[in-house]
Design a protein around this ligand. Sequence first.
Ligand code: MG
Length: 391
Amino acid sequence: MKRLAILGSTGSVGEQTLSVVEEFPERYRATALAAGRNVDKLADQVRRFRPDLVSVAEPGLADELRRKLAVNDPVAILVGAEGLDAVAVHDADLVVAGLVGAVGLRPTLAAIRAGRDVALANKEVMVMAGALVLREMKAHGVDLLPVDSEHSAIFQCLVGQRREDLSRIILTCSGGPFRTWSEDEIAAATVKEALAHPNWDMGPKITIDSASLMNKGLEVIEARWLFDVPPEQVDVVVHPQSIVHSLVEYRDGSVLAQLGLPDMRVPIAVALAHPERIPLDVPRLDLAQVGQLDFEAPDRKRFPCLDLAYAALRADEAAPAVLNAANELAVGVFLDGGIAFPGIAASNAAVLNAHIARGGAATLRDLTDVVEADAWARACAREWLTKEASA
Ligand code: MG
């Protein structure tokens, strides 16, 4: 029986994790659940999964949850950052880090410092604090099991191989909705067009990031730290069908790939069951029916965000956090109609260059350094975008 603590239990990854728990009750038990504000869904999860401990964002929500549960329900209810940390270090064999954004950083680090293995879906953890997290992982001997589809693919292609034999990691990329668009067409793209992702149904922030290829850039950063490989050993190839989820090349020229139909339950199941595999009820890949798989090089001129990620990795340990924060802000402004689509990349480049020019922190000593880099980048991006809007 594997005991799971789930950070972000009412989000998309949390719910799909719990659906796997429900399908395999003899293998998994959810012992602690951290939600944010969705009290209705959390109350339902408490009734179905009987965790020892849950947490919500605020005291008012804790009262509301208590009222929704049976009077004698024994579940402990905690609140806020303290609640997240308690769930992260609760008695569990694996912590599923399924929160979205910077809020997941602190509890995930707490889980690692408590020696818990982590199934990581919260990509900002590695993007913002990869260097720090990697050092903590090594110090505490914990395993990080990636839940992102590309990183799960790489993880699967690395199992059983010697690290010294690896020559290159190749991340696949759908190319997003603007793959075949000209530079002028991209410059005039509407929010609605940017939100139309061809293969995956995701939230608005990550969908915009897929259109700009910033998402792939963030995944390059994630891969660099997750697998502890230098950035020049991480490559990207565009593959519009999203059937090959990523590949690893070895020094004898062999390339291993992981394939499947796009379904997040697969990487979740891989992370939960490793080193075993569970008989998951998902649609099967029929290559004859797919017929054709296409690949092309990413166009770094039409999609400059990709190279910004490599530039950040080459700069210093804080630069990825700077790029991530600048991008979050710019995407928000784009979604609100404040800038045209190319403004996202332009703002990101300006903020990253300003960070490099100011000679910021070369190493991330602790979370305070990450928080500082993040806040500085947001302020810098806000200033740049305001100037841009009034120009
Ligand atoms: Mg991905």
